[in-house]
Design a protein around this ligand. Structure first.
Ligand code: SF4
Length: 357
């Protein structure tokens, strides 16, 4: 079967549930390589004409592997007694930012499990000191689900962005992936609250997660369209040996690329990372993601001694080379694709008026 037309923004914005489902089903299950190449080419055109042929680099610091939650897919789940737990000190985190700043980074992502130690006020103090020391950087947090007061406090301390993957917009599917304390409705409310506060927000999901279907993906696309987040993270599901999903199959790289391209076309200015999960399947898939419309990459600046312990899934890409060397490799990979590598704050288009890029 050959699709009639490559979808454009208007088609994706106007599609009802059934049309969205048909489109997703077609690209996941019926499209030819030629159809996919046409889709990727459209996604590249949309990216390049809206935000230029460029890729934004954000330095990723995984600062704590402690987590109070039980997400059934994650190696850092509180139920995984074999997980190696570490927590970087405030001084260590600031030093990593200092080193990244010297390398040219002006955008950093602080990521952790839901670690009560940091969430009890220390994180906002840390954010405040980092922004006092480095006033021209953008700081993104990816630290889990908090309450409205905490989101506000962190924003007032200087956090610019917040990543919170919704994982699935289908409540029943969500309950098959998470413990009973977690709900999609809470994540939705969190993302909406953060948007209202003024954050640039990121949602996202694992492609090929257990029990995912074309129906649940359709709900995801309808949710993303309505929320219109500033970032969307899409990575293939990768099982972790010490989780209850250890024996589930890997998510498809092809499906991840197709959904990346559809997100790019539907929300032309959205920041779309070539995720580590994708690069962990094969380093070349990072380039494939850029060919499918991705425009962000988050090289890991976590100190070597902690890197392997942040094992959310098996086989996570973890280079033994120094951060600076990894970044040079990455920049060359980006240039080889005819794209420019940006180390500026890299704000979403809607925020450029307020903060210079
Ligand atoms: S996905 Fe995040 S919140 Fe869930 S167990 Fe892993 S680190 Fe914790």
């Amino acid at each position: 079967m050959k699709n009639k037309d490559v979808p454009n923004e208007a088609l994706l914005l106007g599609a009802d549930r059934s049309e969205m489902k048909d489109l997703i089903d077609f690209y996941l299950n019926m499209s030819t390589n030629e159809d996919k190449e046409d889709l990727y080419s459209m996604a590249r055109r949309v990216r390049d004409s809206n935000d230029g042929p460029r890729v934004f680099l954000r330095g990723l610091i995984e600062f704590s592997s402690f987590c109070r939650n039980d997400c059934f897919y994650c190696g850092l789940s509180v139920r995984n007694r074999k997980a190696v737990r570490y927590r970087m000190t405030e001084q260590e985190i600031v030093q990593v930012i200092r080193n990244g700043y010297a390398m040219g980074f002006r955008s950093f992502v602080l990521q952790s499990g839901e670690d009560p130690y940091y969430l009890a006020g220390r994180l906002s103090e840390l954010v405040f000191s980092i922004k006092s020391l480095f006033s021209d950087i953008a700081l993104t947090l990816s630290v889990g689900v908090l309450n409205s007061e905490q989101y506000l406090q962190l924003y007032q301390a200087g956090a610019d962005r917040f990543l919170l993957r919704h994982e699935t917009a289908d409540e029943e599917h969500f309950s098959k992936l998470h413990d009973a304390n977690q709900h999609f409705s809470i994540r939705r409310k969190s993302l909406e609250t953060m948007k209202r506060i003024g954050y640039q927000v990121g949602a996202g999901l694992m492609v090929g997660s257990p029990y995912q279907s074309v129906d649940t993906l359709t709900e995801d696309f309808l949710f993303l369209r309505e929320l219109s987040p500033h970032m969307i993270g899409l990575g293939p599901f990768r099982p972790h040996i010490n989780t209850r999903f250890a024996k589930f199959p890997y998510g498809s790289v092809d499906h991840t690329l197709v959904l990346t391209a559809l997100c790019r076309i539907m929300l032309p200015n959205v920041m779309l990372p070539a995720t580590t999960a994708l690069a962990s399947c094969d380093i070349q898939h990072r380039a494939d993601a850029f060919r499918a419309g991705a425009n962000v990459v988050m090289p890991c600046l976590t100190p070597q001694k902690y890197r392997d312990a942040y094992a959310i899934y098996d086989g996570k890409l973890s280079s033994s080379t120094e951060a600076a060397e990894n970044v040079r490799f990455l920049i060359n990979q980006i240039h080889d694709l005819g794209l420019s590598a940006e180390m500026s704050r890299g704000d979403h288009f809607d925020f450029r008026e307020r903060k210079s890029d």
